[in-house]
Design a protein around this ligand. Sequence first.
Ligand SMILES: Nc1ncnc2c1ncn2[C@@H]1O[C@H](COP(=O)(O)OP(=O)(O)OP(=O)(O)O)[C@@H](O)[C@H]1O
Length: 293
Amino acid sequence: MLSLHAISRSFGGHRALSDVTFDVTAGRMTGFVGANGAGKTTAMRIILGVLAPDGGEVRWDGRPITADDRAQFGYMPEERGLYPKMQVKEQLVYLARLHGMDARTAAARADDLLERLGLGERGGDTLESLSLGNQQRAQIAAALVHDPTALVLDEPFSGLDPMAVEVTLEVLRDVARSGAPVLFSSHQLDVVERLCDELVILAHGQVRAAGTRQELRERHSSPEWVLETDDAGFVRGIPGIEVLEFDGGHVRFAADDAAHADRVLREAIERGSVRSFAPSVRPLTEIFQEVVR
Ligand SMILES: Nc1ncnc2c1ncn2[C@@H]1O[C@H](COP(=O)(O)OP(=O)(O)OP(=O)(O)O)[C@@H](O)[C@H]1O
């Protein structure tokens, strides 16, 4: 497990991170979200040791992290880092070799990643000759080529088309499944909501919320349900129910407890056809806006 413990960092008089503590659990995908300037990149640089914290500690498996630990991590920095004029596969092999991989394994791993990321035909091309989206895929391959023990990616999905997001996502999931903690920042909350197991929400250099998607939803939502039926007007008369949204056959309501919601369902069935009945899931965008306010 990768942990940040009470990390703080200032630039001049500006406090970019303040007492930041969170875990990136092994085998899980953790989404790191926050508005521009919230401190995500600063935190990632501190994890990788590119930047030193003023206070606090990064821990790996519960002990202070070392340079050797970090050398096994995969990192995709905000400023990216590949050579524009070098061939893509050549760079990947070079990077894997720098991490101590033998030439044959490095080449096989590079081929496999390029194939999986949809760049199988482009390994012999220079990075600068690729489209921006394909350059991004190559950067992702570079972070993964040495089979990292942990993965830290700054905005890996920016600039990728929806198909590339899916492909990249599958590749990252495999890294997580192999037991590595995966931390990635993103402004695409819909993507984060769909693909991450855990979330850390940062605002003004502070952790405002952290936990699994389910935990965040439970903490920041009241229990609500949505019923679709022929005529949902009867719901208004049921005790313990607060109608939040009503439109003929559609009603969204809050209930004091689940037994009241069950009563709505039973009555709806008695009255006629129930097209759907389900707990209403609060979108991450709403929770995000609430916690960063
Ligand atoms: N090297 C630096 N020198 C001075 N200020 C910096 C430096 N790096 C970051 N900052 C400041 O620290 C704050 C946090 O920046 P950071 O890049 O970590 O945010 P971020 O959450 O990654 O933002 P974005 O989503 O825009 O990439 C910002 O106010 C930024 O201007």
